[in-house]
Design a protein around this ligand. Structure first.
Ligand code: GAP
Length: 443
């Protein structure tokens, strides 16, 4: 049986307003996606979780660098020369492939995996993944610039600015979240690989010689982070890059991988970039990027340990990991970590009369300043709960006739469906307590 989980998730995302195809009324644009009301909240909650995990540390501060940078940044960083994938074309059906995605047999026979024609594949050529554009009104080589393919370089060229103003001493880190662009040959698997995406990157500056210690440290930190995000441990693993797989800037690299329905794939890269980038920028700009270590009374170029995660890819991971078909109760549940859930609670009057909607509306108004909640009085209470289960809403508050007598409501928990009766006045604190509680679930 083919695994159709991805199809179900794509359909749920469209139906519930997590993710829509971009420019849909024009037939969509390959690999481009728009984030709807629930998607934008989920993405933002993931970003906040990452941002806090980095910048609530005393040794990490934030930055937001521009997407367009001086073109010489990309020459110095090696991206103009080396940020390439091997591209092969099929002369028959015109399909394009990354050569490193093809089996040895197909390469040997030059056989197209799409139309099957033998001998139809071209020799591979290097295809640069950077998107080019022009600064200003004249489209000429001198005005060529690039959409950044990684956010990291904005941190490197700013590192001394940041260090000076923040008075940080090595070891310290700079965190950034922002858009990156890659003209991928084979985008796909929904929001897994797209040409426009967001990265959450942290560059940690260390003394040369201490780099391996910090590399190991960040590897462990990053795995712990995914567990805190509520991802099942058995679906996570490290994959070490072999010498032939290392990016042009890396001395050592590990991927955090997740087991998606389409196989184990990279979720985040952890790289020991040495002083490669700073050295190249120092040479190309002619500006000293040396750090003065007053404790050791010496100047040096720091080594950099990078943790680089995809925001959209993390969102896909969270969705895939949370997707649960509860066969017993015939419902679909997104078992999102309550902290990540776009809506925290649905407020439901049991019936649309007897003054229950008015009480429910008041509860909604009282809770709304504290966390996102919605009011729902359409259809049966069971259907309303199930609608929210599918959207990942962790709590349901029901106002019934007893509420009118004793000012209590029921608080329903999404995964266990357990209901607790409590005073309306206790709701806010109880929901907040549960949102902040350690959360794990046997999925
Ligand atoms: N600065 C280092 C760097 O960019 P990378 O391994 O090329 O390293 C880091 O990318 C992360 O960015 C990946 O693990 C992935 O989560 C995300 N990413 C990379 N390319 C992507 C794409 N085309 N679509 C979505 N996410 C992507």
């Amino acid at each position: 049986m083919p695994d159709n989980t991805m199809d179900k998730i794509v359909s749920l995302c469209k139906r519930r307003g997590f993710v829509f195809p971009s420019s849909e009324i024009y037939g969509g644009l390959n690999s481009c996606w728009d984030y709807g009301p629930l998607g934008v909240e989920l993405k933002r909650n993931i970003q906040d979780f990452w941002w806090k995990s980095m910048t609530l540390r005393e040794d990490v501060v934030g930055l937001d660098a521009s997407i367009l940078m001086h073109p010489r940044v990309w020459e110095a960083s090696g991206h103009v020369a080396s940020f390439t994938d091997p591209l092969v074309d099929c002369k028959q059906c015109k399909a394009r492939f990354r050569e490193d995605d093809l089996s040895a047999e197909k390469i040997e026979k030059k056989q197209c995996p799409n139309c099957g024609t033998l001998g139809s594949l071209t020799e591979s050529r290097k295809f640069n993944l950077m998107f080019k554009t022009f600064m200003g009104p004249v489209e000429e080589a001198a005005s060529t610039t690039y959409l950044r393919p990684e956010t990291a370089q904005g941190i490197y060229v700013n590192y001394l600015n940041v260090q000076n103003v923040s008075r940080l001493k090595i070891p310290f880190g700079i965190a950034q979240v922002g858009k990156a662009f890659r003209n991928e040959i084979t985008p796909g698997n929904f929001i897994f690989r797209t040409r426009e995406f967001e990265q959450m990157e942290m560059q940690y500056f260390v003394k040369p010689g201490d780099d391996e210690k910090w590399f190991d440290y960040w590897k462990e930190q990053r795995l712990a982070y995914y567990l805190k995000l509520g991802i099942r441990p058995e679906k996570l693993r490290f994959k070490q890059h072999g010498q032939d797989e290392l990016a042009h800037y890396a001395k050592a690299a590990y991927d955090v991988q997740y087991e998606f329905p389409f196989g184990w794939q990279e979720l985040e890269g952890i790289h020991n970039r040495t002083d490669f980038d700073l050295k190249r920028h120092q040479e190309a700009s002619g500006k000293s990027l040396l750090y003065f270590d007053d404790a050791a009374n010496e100047k040096y170029l720091p080594y950099i340990i990078e943790t680089s995660a995809g925001l959209n890819r993390t969102m896909l991971t969270v969705l895939v990991d949370a997707y649960w078909e509860d066969k017993e109760n015939e419902r679909v549940v997104l078992r999102l970590h309550p902290r990540l859930a776009p809506i925290k609670a649905v407020i439901c009057p049991l019936v649309k009369k007897d003054g229950l909607p008015e009480v429910a509306r008041q509860i909604e108004a009282d809770l709304r300043p504290h966390f996102p909640v919605i009011f729902d009085q359409q259809s049966s209470i069971g259907k309303r709960y199930y609608r929210q289960d599918e959207a990942g809403t962790p709590f349901g508050v029901t106002v019934d006739h007893q509420t009118l007598e004793d000012q209590t409501v029921t608080l329903r928990e999404r995964d266990s469906q357990q209901q607790d009766r409590m005073p309306i006045s206790a709701l806010k604190d109880e929901i907040r307590k549960r949102l902040n509680a350690d959360w794990s679930v046997s999925k």
